[in-house]
Design a protein around this ligand. Structure first.
Ligand code: M6R
Length: 610
């Protein structure tokens, strides 16, 4: 969703802001803008454009402007269409103030009416512009004070950055519910909504908490709360490597990330498995381990792909632990009247660590006294910070909007957490050792599927004429059917539905005919025979079937239209192997259709609105 980057220091801010915007592109956006001030001559560069950052870059490069501080933004439309007028930065009536904003100002209509009565002229449909005029209205002789006063009047969420021509060499940033991270370089500060935007320059950071603001000067950083009470914060050094946003020869980031998965699995388990004892070691959970071991109930809360990881986790926990395990969409969990107590645990699963619904769900659980854990990829993200303890995926940045490698990482780590609890609550050392042994083989198994990418590509090509797909699986593979269908629909825009195979005859079977193919996950295991029965039911109605089956199963070829073979592992890990061909199928299908795979329409990488 929207992204913020700002720079103040000795360098020309323009290339740093443009690069930062490009590194925020993956979050999803539809317009971009930038404002920079040259304090030497008072010149201002204020440009906006609809579409890609490249368009903005062309406009910026057509000037020879140089200014050593500025703010820039990528906008994902909420209030008002993606137009230049609605793009950020927004300005005030004087044209001297520039403001960028992530989040939503909920009381903007009331404020706007009052400001219009006072004579303010609005040029956009956005909620953000209200804040720009509000600051103008409150401005006397102190810029940061005017920002503070204005923020006290708004309801909703914000991560903001503001500059003003009459108050040179100052950037004011603030947050409530939308991240702002300040990177500290040599005689320079770079603040952003996402570490990715500036990690190339520094890994020394300060995270602003809600209702904190900071004043960035050339060589001074002053952090206060919204009552201007000064706050001392020590910079943290973050373990997040700069990775050039390069596709390394792959056509899309999504494909690159699919191919990275053998390494992703290795990174997820590195140093976390004790083979001889058949147990895992998760440093992030140690401070609360006693409480975890005494939990009565555990609930996974998450959204989208992370929800399917949680759904898979439920089956894994049921197998490896004696816990009462539940799973819920974060967007629903938060509204339920749940009887949560101190003996409950809630695991928030999130790639970005910023998903608004997941955050709201974890806050609700915390309010009720439950232990709140995080399974997050982005280090230092809000969910990572607000949970009592947690485990990081260590998967590096995921740029493709459609999550692939993080899903696999989440699934692997859910096994490690279940193993840790299970082994302390009755799981045998033998079972633990077997799981550890098979986890160690996972990356090799994934490599074997990647070697078959050409075959999967051909199958995807064959099914291009179809507009609807059903994905079915049973038990541990039911979440994988859901995830496979989500991957196809989000990047190729064809309709795909995931279903537990046993539910098929309770409704969806009426859809089946020669134009409605099914992807059936039919690897070996105790539900295999039942899956074959479901496949037969589809074939009897002229439905086409693509099966994901275990290597060596020659019989299935006689039943289905196409087979993708995968290596066999133990049943609780098999879904992690089975999802890989579904990712590749979705990828190639969308690529043949010419879709914008890394940035599918209407989607954002980090969903920070509710
Ligand atoms: O960052 P999160 O894991 O919390 O994001 C949750 C969903 O928005 C995300 O998984 C979404 O469904 C992806 N586009 C899936 O590919």
């Amino acid at each position: 969703m929207c992204g913020i980057i700002c720079y103040i220091g000795e360098q020309n801010s323009i290339p740093i802001l443009l690069e930062g915007l490009k590194r925020l592109e993956y979050r999803g956006y539809d317009s971009a803008g930038l404002a920079s001030i040259n304090p030497e001559n008072g010149e201002v560069l204020f440009v906006k454009s609809v579409g890609k950052v490249g368009e903005l870059e062309k406009k910026v490069k057509s000037t020879d402007f140089s200014g050593n501080y500025g703010i820039a933004h990528t906008r994902w439309a909420t209030h008002g269409k993606p137009t230049e007028a609605n793009a950020h930065p927004h300005s005030d009536c004087t044209g001297k103030l520039f403001l960028i904003h992530n989040g939503i100002i909920e009381n903007y209509e009331i404020l706007k009416k009052e400001l219009i009565k006072k004579g303010h002229k609005f040029v956009s449909d956005t909620d953000t512009e209200v804040l720009a005029h509000l600051i103008e209205d409150n401005l006397k002789d102190n810029f940061e004070d005017a920002v503070r006063k204005s923020l006290a009047m708004v309801e909703g969420t914000f991560g903001i950055a503001a500059i003003h021509k009459d108050f040179p060499r100052k950037i004011v940033v603030a947050r409530r519910g939308s991240p702002i991270i300040i990177g500290i370089g040599e005689n320079e500060y770079i603040a952003a909504s996402d570490v990715n935007a500036f990690i190339r320059y520094t890994n020394r950071v300060i995270y602003l908490n809600d209702d904190e603001m900071a004043l960035l000067n050339d060589n001074e950083l002053v952090i206060t709360d919204l009552n201007l009470k000064q706050i001392e914060k020590k910079p943290e050094t973050i373990d997040w490597q700069y990775e050039a946003d390069e596709k390394e020869g792959f056509k899309h980031f999504m494909l690159k990330e699919i191919y990275e998965q053998p390494r992703t699995v290795e990174n997820a388990v590195r140093g976390r498995l004790i083979e001889g004892e058949g147990i895992s070691k998760l440093g992030g959970l140690e401070p609360v381990l006693d409480r975890i071991l005494n939990l009565k109930k555990l609930t996974f809360v998450s959204c989208g792909t992370s929800f399917y990881a949680g759904l898979y986790g439920k089956y894994v926990f049921e197998r490896l632990t004696d816990l009462d395990v539940h799973v819920d969409y974060a967007s629903e969990f938060r509204y339920r009247n749940l009887k949560l107590t101190e003996e409950d645990g809630v695991v928030a699963i999130s790639q970005s660590g910023e998903t608004a619904d997941t955050l709201a769900a974890l806050r609700e659980a915390k309010r009720k006294g439950s232990l709140v854990l995080g399974l997050v990829n982005v280090v230092g993200s809000t969910i990572a910070k607000e949970t009592h303890a947690g485990v990081y995926c260590h998967a590096g940045p995921e740029i493709g909007v459609a999550s692939t490698k993080i899903f696999v990482s989440q699934c692997v780590i859910l096994n490690l957490i279940a193993l840790l609890i299970g082994r302390r609550r009755g799981l045998s050392v033998f079972d633990g050792m077997q799981l550890v042994k098979e986890i160690k083989k996972l990356s090799g198994n994934i490599e074997k599927i990647l070697e078959k990418a050409d075959l999967i590509r051909e199958i995807a090509k064959k099914y291009l004429p179809y507009q609807n797909f059903l994905y079915i699986g049973r038990h541990l593979n039911f979440p994988i059917a859901m995830e496979g269908a989500l991957k196809l629909k989000e990047i190729s825009y064809v309709h795909a539905e995931g279903y537990p195979a046993g539910e098929m005859k309770h409704g969806p079977i009426s859809l089946i005919d020669e134009y409605f193919p099914t992807v059936a996950i039919a690897t070996n295991g105790f539900t295999y025979e039942k899956m074959i029965s479901n496949i037969q039911e589809i074939k009897a109605r002229n439905g086409k079937v693509i099966a994901v089956a275990t290597e060596g199963n020659d019989e299935i070829k006689n039943v289905v239209d196409d087979v993708i073979y995968v290596p066999e592992t133990i049943d609780i890990l098999q879904p992690i192997v089975n999802v890989i061909p579904l990712q590749l199928f979705a990828y190639y299908f969308a690529d043949f259709k010419g879709c914008d795979i890394d940035k599918p329409r209407n989607l954002a990488k980090s969903v920070t609105v509710e």
